[in-house]
Design a protein around this ligand. Sequence first.
Ligand code: RIB
Length: 310
Amino acid sequence: MKKNKLVVIGSFVVDLAAMTPKLPRRGETIFGGPFSMGPGGKGSNQCIAAKRAGADVIFLTKLGRDRFAEVALEAYEKEGIDTSCVFQDETLETGSALIMVEQLTGENAIVVSPGACNAIKLTEVDRIKPAMAEAKALLTQFEINMDAVWHALQLAKAQGLLTIVNPAPVQQVSNDIFSLIDVITPNETEAEALTGIPVTNRESAGKAADILLARGVKHILITLGEKGVYYQNAQYHQEIPGYAVQKVIDTTGAGDAFNGGFATAITEGKDMEAAIRFGNVAGALSVTKNGTAPAMPYRTEIEAFMKVGE
Ligand code: RIB
């Protein structure tokens, strides 16, 4: 059987995003710029990024039965994503995220209310087992209930999948989880929260990576924004540079674009360095557009960008 599918398990929330001249201070009300509403959530964004980058993907999440759920279902129909493991709760609301994007820098602040996707049952996670039998990798994050993340990782390991974890939003987790993770992709802040080491340069990234390796993770990818990725495994470490773009519009979801692109390249059999470069291009292209899921680049765009850089 061909094992090249990518299983993504994670959050869906509706993003409610306002552009703003600056992030407001505590207690302050300010006028914002344009507002947009659309599909978001780290899991869903990473799934859409992977699909657009060319992966054969299946997504597991949970929605409510409300107008926000329609936003998800419409997006998955448009993108051609398998929804056989997209569950709907009759009482809980679909999640939402309040996002402010600073116009000058494209930087953001986010409050996410996960709603139904924070109540995924383990029996629902079990429903992804047949897809796992055809899959090469599992990609998940920390934006759903953690017992579902644990269960998904255990099932994936039992079926021999490569497990890729984007530990965002970062949470304190028991050290036992790390032996279930083959590849971890924290940014600097998340690496610090997981290890206690403030990541400010190559040396500190190496120290944080050493801790994660000692806990049992095999491949550490610390994402450094436009600077690229610090990669370390038990044998060696390497810095893989990012790509500059002419104009940064919105950095929200850039990490998701990276993770979706990286996981796609891994399921295609690319080696770590090539997969990280592919993810870096996806991340760079995503910041040139507004929004999260709508900003995920298509395979043709990624390949065209890579050709220019050759
Ligand atoms: O990574 C960006 C995402 O984080 C947004 O789409 C928002 O929904 C939050 O979950």
